[in-house]
Design a binder for this molecule. Sequence first.
Ligand SMILES: Cc1cc2nc3c(=O)[nH]c(=O)nc-3n(C[C@H](O)[C@H](O)[C@H](O)COP(=O)(O)O)c2cc1C
Length: 159
Amino acid sequence: MRVCIVYDTKGGSTERVARAMAKAVGGIAKVGVFGVTENPDVERYDLIVIGAPVYYERPLPEVKEFLLSKNGLEEKAIAVFILCIADKFGKLGKKYTERRYLRMMTEHIRGRIIAVRVFDGWILREDPKTIGEAENWIKRVLDAFKSGEELGIEHPEGE
Ligand SMILES: Cc1cc2nc3c(=O)[nH]c(=O)nc-3n(C[C@H](O)[C@H](O)[C@H](O)COP(=O)(O)O)c2cc1C
């Protein structure tokens, strides 16, 4: 199976998470990792994983442009993730990330969304918990894809 991981980043944490995911499943799938401006040919892949960090109340806009340019990844299986800090602010923070940030990604997707995930981002010091959760999540995403299941929306563990 071929997996395309597409990310955007400013500070590098979303790229770090994307690459950790690629490494985690590199032994069980063919994985390509691309910055969103590299404009990968998504037709060559079975599953598209797309991730963005949130800046000033919205996922970086290049991701939306990418989705629109690919016709919303119509007829593809897609897993979506974001990095942000709002999820740290309790139940209200989680609701907010779903209603606002995640929706600003998913509303442009026309394919089949099989998993949606919020990760705690960081600014200076890498968060090892996020890396571990990303490695675990992508493995479960691939399992879900293979068995035709969906994972739904998930948030950082234990908060
Ligand atoms: C200038 C700035 C603005 C940010 N704005 C938000 C925001 O509006 N909401 C939020 O939840 N996180 C916000 N964050 C946190 C980022 O989403 C988080 O640091 C993320 O890991 C950055 O990803 P990147 O390193 O891939 O660019 C902001 C961070 C910075 C530095």
